[in-house]
Design a protein around this ligand. Structure first.
Ligand code: 5GP
Ligand code: MG
Length: 451
């Protein structure tokens, strides 16, 4: 999860970074931060706070972020970590000066690397795996930052996109498998942008140039019109994460050449094709908003069953709503989603959501629809059964908490109270995404390919 952005060569760098973070708020809203600086005064400034981008960045804070280089980060909320010390960017002083760093992904060997560093005397300020790279850079004895970064990366494994700011340069690295998305754009107002999702480019008026290549390092420096490209790692298979297309990314983003919206629509069409011989006579297809909408449209197009907004979402409910008890969790779903009683009363519904993780949401939704008078609820999930935790940057819980890992499809159907339940198959998912590359499907097939 998380969103990252880098801006190089624009006098409004921090403002543009905050706009890009605003466009990518869906990737994380626990905390937001920006570092800025530039080749004028050779200092790096950092502002990071808990909360939404709109609450963290305003005239008061943006005024403290001068310069033509900026990096930014939105932190995704994970259990137990509510401290601003775990927000990014991480800003540090070391032998060659100052650096600041943002990271999206998850380093699979973080504990070993951290323990080794601690054994050698390092002191850690945060609980984040990102801090490992700072220490590795600081420890390297090479003369140039780019070589120190390369040295440091020799020790880290996993899914990572790093953007590192020095006092005059910007370094961008995508891991050798290209697991998480990262794109390069050109700002119409001058300079460059690198961001997790292309929806950020639309907001800041940037033209998409290309995706950062797996294993590539881009170096932006003064006087260079275009970034320098160094292929750090070669020979690894490109394995972009399928879950970006299923749930994470905004539908208006294009990731590694594919429209997120179109792939979601395809997933819905595949679900409908699987149902084409079923005896179920549904009156309407309804999405669980917002994440189920494109797939439900695809299902409706393929099946000819009318698409209706049978559940209305209240957009003012934040995902950070505290939920200490089951009662509060139920209330949360009710606060967020409300069935259209007049529309669904006595009707047979195909209900589409993007995924079932713990089964909490789907159970509430089915209950809610039945209470509102739905005659039948046929639940369709626009992803395969999530049976394995992902360690490459997605916040899936432990295996025991994954309902599809501990129950059969029939048991889940009964648990959520649906009249029928179907998932996308792994083959359907591959067809929806296109067979041109071997996507990372860890949550579905348990193939932990990063070793
Ligand atoms: P469940 O209630 O089964 O645990 O979660 C399923 C719901 O959570 C779906 O509506 C889906 O859109 C959403 N979802 C799927 N993956 C994630 C995730 O990684 N983070 C968050 N916040 N929601 C997710
Ligand atoms: Mg959802």
């Amino acid at each position: 999860m998380c969103a990252i952005v880098g801006i190089y060569g624009n006098d409004n760098a921090a403002r543009l970074a905050s706009a890009a973070l605003f466009a990518m708020q869906h990737r994380g809203h626990e905390a937001s931060g920006i570092s800025s600086g530039g080749y004028e005064d050779k200092k790096i400034y950092t502002v990071k706070k808990m909360g939404y981008v709109r609450d963290v960045f305003h005239e008061g804070t943006l005024g403290k972020l001068p310069g033509s280089i900026a990096i930014g980060h939105n932190r995704y909320s994970t259990a137990g970590s509510d401290s601003v010390s775990d927000a990014q960017p991480i800003h540090a002083k070391y032998k060659l000066g100052e650096i600041s760093i943002v990271h999206n992904g998850n380093l699979v060997n973080k504990n070993e690397v951290r323990q080794n560093l601690i054994d050698e005397g390092a002191i850690f300020q945060t609980d984040m795996d990102t801090e490992n790279l700072i220490h590795l850079i600081a420890k390297s004895t090479r003369d140039r930052l780019r070589d120190r970064i390369t040295d440091g990366l020799e020790h880290v494994k996993g899914a990572y996109n790093f953007i590192i700011q020095s006092r005059s340069k910007l370094f961008v690295i995508r891991d050798k498998h290209g697991i998480r998305p990262l794109s390069l754009g050109r700002l119409k107002s001058g300079g460059w942008i690198v961001a997790s999702e292309t929806c950020a480019f639309d907001l800041v008026d940037a033209e998409f140039v290309r995706d950062v290549k797996p294993g590539e390092m881009l170096i932006f420096s003064e006087g260079y019109k275009a970034p320098e490209s160094i292929q750090l790692f070669t020979g690894a298979e490109f394995r972009p994460c399928a879950f970006e297309y299923i749930y994470f990314a905004r539908p208006d983003s294009v990731i590694d050449g594919k429209s997120v919206y179109r792939t979601r629509e395809n997933m819905g069409k595949e679900l409908a094709k699987n149902d084409s011989n079923s005896k179920t006579k549904a009156d309407m297809v309804i999405p669980v908003p917002d994440s189920g909408v494109p797939a439900a449209l695809g299902y409706a197009q393929q099946s000819g069953i009318p698409f209706e907004l049978g559940i209305i979402r209240n957009h003012y409910v934040g995902r950070t709503f505290i939920e200490p008890t089951q009662e509060m969790r139920n209330l949360k779903v009710k606060m967020k989603l409300n069935p259209m009683k007049a529309l669904i009363e006595g009707k047979s519904l195909i209900v589409i959501d993007d995924s079932i993780v713990r089964g909490t949401t789907s159970k509430r939704i089915v209950q809610m629809l039945k209470e509102a008078g739905a005659a039948e609820v046929h639940f369709r999930v626009a992803s395969p059964m999530i049976q394995h935790p992902c360690f490459y940057g997605i916040d899936t819980p432990t295996k025991e908490e994954l309902i599809n890992a501990v129950m059969t499809k029939e048991e889940v159907c009964e648990h959520i109270g649906a009249d029928s339940l179907e998932y996308l198959t792994i083959d359907n998912l591959k067809d929806s995404l296109g067979r041109d590359r071997n996507y990372s499907l860890v949550s579905f097939d348990g193939d932990y390919f990063v070793v």
